[in-house]
Design a protein around this ligand. Structure first.
Ligand code: LLP
Length: 418
């Protein structure tokens, strides 16, 4: 099932699986994120099946959507996790994830986060600099432990994606240059509390072409070979995440095509393959459901002011990202071009621009493909509470996150005493 099939019209009304979105809005209010369990499950199964008998581990990139119900579902399917903070680590453990399937990525892990991860015996730290390696060695020593490490190599490959989410170029802050990485693996004796178990790379996100993945994999294989020539043996190759999804008319490779390509390129390699997909697992499983508060016409534009805003979904404002916007009930009024905007006091607060829609005041809209980097990037800007999240499975609706209350929003704040 592709992402869009679980969200389809029946008699002019948009459903998620067996539930009309209208019913969700009535029951839980708007704005809210709505996820389809079957889309998520199917995406995971497609990844898993495409590896066939190959020794592999799928480490879901938690940052894409970190709701503990989503993590729990993936854990039940056998997924591992790619985390980037102590907070994400705690989420995964809370959700029932297996520490032995956790990979810790990120350029700025601090000593506390390292300690927490070492205590839990995670699978591997993806280390991004020599100074980080020294810190980890030191922390592990203080705990009488040995930290499993993979160096994140920056393969200097152009991912041909948005510059903000391109990570594999040598001018990016991520990873270690190949030569440098070889030198560090050779100097393993300097780090008695580190055990080098892997190598990894991650070149960017929302990639719609296979070529950059192929280029990066080939470079990683060369690196693996030169390490092998020096009797440095590595147990796994982690090729990161980054597979794109269809937001409008992109044609990214299918999950199967992507995995098969990686497996074929690495078929002579005996090491375990690890990947860290985020968006391609959850992106098309979710929508943001919002209600039109006011249709406002000015001399220059028609605005649909909705109750979701850039604090709920920042991708359009931040990356000029496109998300399809569909009416929940088709109606017969004349179509007009609208700017779909939120109540936040910024001109940059838009969810869609110049969209042709037949809508009236009070209509519901579905902002599509927002399962990844939607809720997880939300904020309280303008003191707007975070949206509710609902997971749908067949005809069942589960509230997996309550709408935030005002008291929850200001819980940590205090007025200073005189
Ligand atoms: N592994 C690492 C080390 C990463 O940095 C990322 C994403 C992933 C895996 C997962 O990548 P994915 O499969 O989801 O492409 N906020 C942006 C996307 C930022 C991606 C950051 N890193 C957006 O909304 O498009």
């Amino acid at each position: 099932m592709s992402g869009f099939e679980a969200f389809d019209y029946r008699n002019g009304e948009l459903f998620v699986e067996e539930v009309p979105l209208q019913q969700i809005a009535e029951k839980f209010g708007t704005p809210c994120y709505v996820y389809s369990q079957s889309v998520l499950t199917n995406a995971y199964r497609q990844f898993d099946a495409a590896f066939e008998k190959r020794d592999h581990l799928i480490c879901y990139a938690v940052k894409a959507n970190s709701n503990i119900s989503i993590l729990n579902l993936l854990a039940q399917l056998g997924s591992g996790f790619d985390i980037v903070s102590g907070g994400e680590l705690q989420r995964v453990i809370k959700a029932g994830g297996d520490a032995q399937k956790i990979i810790f990525s990120g350029v700025g892990k601090n000593a506390n986060e390292m300690r927490m991860a070492l205590n839990l015996n995670i699978l591997c730290f993806n280390v991004e600099s020599e100074i980080e390696l020294m810190t980890l060695n030191h922390v592990a020593k203080s705990m009488g432990k040995v930290a499993p490490v993979s160096l994140r190599v920056n393969p200097d490959v152009d991912a041909k994606t948005h510059p903000y989410i391109s990570t594999g170029l040598k001018e990016n802050k991520f990873g270690i240059a190949t030569d440098e990485a070889i030198r560090i693996y050779q100097s393993a004796q300097l780090y008695p509390h580190i055990r080098f178990t892997g190598i990894d790379c991650h070149i960017g996100s929302q990639l719609t072409l296979l070529e950059p993945f192929i280029e990066a994999t080939e470079k990683m294989l060369q690196l693996l070979q030169s390490l092998k020539n020096q009797n440095i043996n590595i147990e796994h190759l982690d090729l990161g995440g980054g597979l794109g999804i269809r937001y409008s008319d992109e044609k990214p490779p299918s999950i199967e095509e992507y995995v098969t390509t990686l497996c074929t390129l690495t078929q002579n390699m005996k090491q375990r393959l690890v990947i860290e997909p985020g968006r391609s697992l959850v992106g098309n499983s979710g929508i943001l459901l919002t209600r039109i508060e006011y249709l406002k016409q000015t001399a220059a534009r028609n605005f649909a002011i909705v109750d979701a805003a850039m604090n709920d979904l920042i991708r359009p404002s931040l990356y000029d990202a496109y998300h399809d916007i569909l009416p929940v009930k088709k109606n017969a009024v004349a179509a007009k071009n609208y700017e779909i905007v939120g109540p936040v006091c910024e001109t940059g607060d838009f969810l869609g621009r110049d969209r042709k829609l037949s809508i009236i005041n009070g209509d519901l809209l579905a902002i599509m493909s927002t399962g990844a980097y939607g809720m997880s990037m939300s904020s309280n800007y303008n003191t707007r509470s975070r949206a509710a999240e609902i997971l749908v499975s067949g005809d069942q609706m589960h509230l997996i996150r309550q709408r935030e209350t005002f008291d929850q929003m200001i819980a940590g704040e205090q007025i200073i005493a005189d």
